[in-house]
Design a protein around this ligand. Structure first.
Ligand SMILES: C[S@@+](CC[C@H](N)C(=O)[O-])C[C@H]1O[C@@H](n2cnc3c(N)ncnc32)[C@H](O)[C@@H]1O
Length: 400
């Protein structure tokens, strides 16, 4: 396949971030974009495949589907996988890993299906050479992705390798760090203009602040990653190091060095310390600063800005305390955050009521298994009219 040929790709994401991802893809120059449930499909050349892995902030992985067939049972799956000529992808000395996602009543266990598909592949080599490729779950030559929806199986190569939320900048974590893809998606959903003040007053390990800083200065999401799956591809879309270097250098050239205010607060001294270390590790300590303080004492710069909070949801707290915490957030917004668009992500719908403010937007998002709402509370300074005039936010307002 020539490197300019259009390749069909699928970027997978978190429920609720599909539109943001499709907008990111549009901006990067993707063709034929289609939005699906937790995924967006598109087309682009080999360089674009590399670019999406490096630059997309809201994709978990980028797949290249190459075969689709009907399945009825294990036997028909085994046969269809054997029908693929795996020598087009690997040699006998190479390694494989298989991930399966099931959305069907035909099979119950995804790991079992991965096992069956692995058997079909290795049996093909063994029959011909008496030897077989081995399994490497960490860094295989190719990572194969099977998606079985109803009676249709799509076979894809996973170009990302490890999930793209593993940015490579996280050094220390606290107990509940938010997924980096979700954090970036939340920042993009707010429509932040990248220049006004950005605050996370309950910053934990600092993920939302770091993602905001990367966004503000066009630092590619995958800038710190040491490894992508496509770097090990040898036969199908073989790794083109020269092309990768061109793509990487072009993205790095777009990095800016603006001095905006990205501020974090955190109640726990230990967690605040970890956040500072993470921020240093991500090399954004020149624009992000952290204070060890209670949100209600956080010093808020005058003017306008965006606040994003991923507070405790209350699983490990007594009811009264969680209600008090959400009431404190609402009271503090009113008292100290005039001019700011304040956003809270939580799965605790009861606690949301104690914020005591009417949200102007509610977006459904999943944080892991937890169904959440990302709610916006606009704290006006002056008249609504002035506020609206001030609002243009970097094209993300088409998402509002
Ligand atoms: C769910 S965690 C945030 C996780 C964070 N988004 C991350 O990626 O690591 C909530 C954080 O809020 C902090 N917190 C709780 N009450 C607070 C308060 N009143 N003021 C400031 N921080 C608070 C907790 O210590 C905890 O680290």
């Amino acid at each position: 396949m020539k490197k300019e040929t259009d390749i069909k790709m699928i970027a997978k994401t978190i429920f609720g971030l599909e539109e943001v991802l499709s907008l990111e893809l549009k901006r990067l120059g993707a063709k034929d974009i289609e939005v699906h449930n937790r995924a967006v499909s598109f087309k682009g050349d080999l360089g674009f495949l590399y670019k999406t892995n490096l630059c997309l902030r809201t994709a978990l992985r980028v797949l290249v589907p190459f075969k689709k067939f009907k399945v009825r049972d294990e036997k028909s799956l085994y046969e269809a996988i054997q029908d693929i000529n795996w020598e087009d992808f690997i040699d006998v000395t190479d390694t494989i890993a298989i991930d399966t996602v099931l959305s069907t009543g035909l099979f119950a266990h995804s790991q079992y299906i991965s096992q069956k598909a692995k058997d079909a592949i290795v049996d093909q080599f063994r029959a011909k050479y008496g030897e077989r490729p081995s399994v490497d779950l960490e860094k295989p030559t190719i990572r194969i992705h099977l998606h079985i929806k109803d009676d249709t199986c799509t076979v894809a190569l996973d170009s990302s390798g490890e999930s793209l939320h593993k940015r490579g900048y996280r050094d220390k974590t606290n107990l509940a760090p938010i997924n980096e893809v979700l954090a970036a998606g939340m920042v993009l959903l707010t429509g932040w203009d990248k220049r006004s003040t950005f605050i996370d007053p309950m910053c934990g390990s600092g993920t939302i602040l770091i993602e905001a800083a990367l966004i503000a200065n066009n630092i590619p999401a995958g800038y710190f990653r040491e490894d992508f799956g496509f770097e090990r591809w040898k036969k199908f879309l073989p790794y083109d190091e020269e092309l990768w270097n061109v793509i990487f250098d072009a993205a790095v050239d777009k990095i800016t060095n603006h001095e905006q205010k990205i501020l974090g607060g955190e109640l726990s001294p230990n967690v605040a310390k970890k956040a500072k270390e993470n921020i240093k590790h991500a090399k954004v300590d020149d624009i992000v600063s952290i204070k060890n303080c209670d949100m209600k004492d956080f010093e808020v710069p005058e003017g306008r800005g965006v606040v994003v909070i991923n507070p405790p949801y209350g699983e490990r707290m007594v009811k009264d305390n969680i209600e008090e915490l959400y009431k404190m957030m609402g009271d503090t917004f009113k008292k100290n955050f005039a001019g700011y668009d304040c956003w809270i992500l939580s799965s605790n719908m009861e606690a949301f009521k104690h914020v005591g403010l009417r949200p102007s937007r509610k977006i459904a998002l999943f944080n892991g298994q937890l169904e959440c709402r990302f709610m916006k509370f606009e704290m006006y300074s002056g008249t609504k009219k002035i506020h609206k005039l001030n609002k243009g936010m970097d094209g993300m307002e088409d998402l509002k």
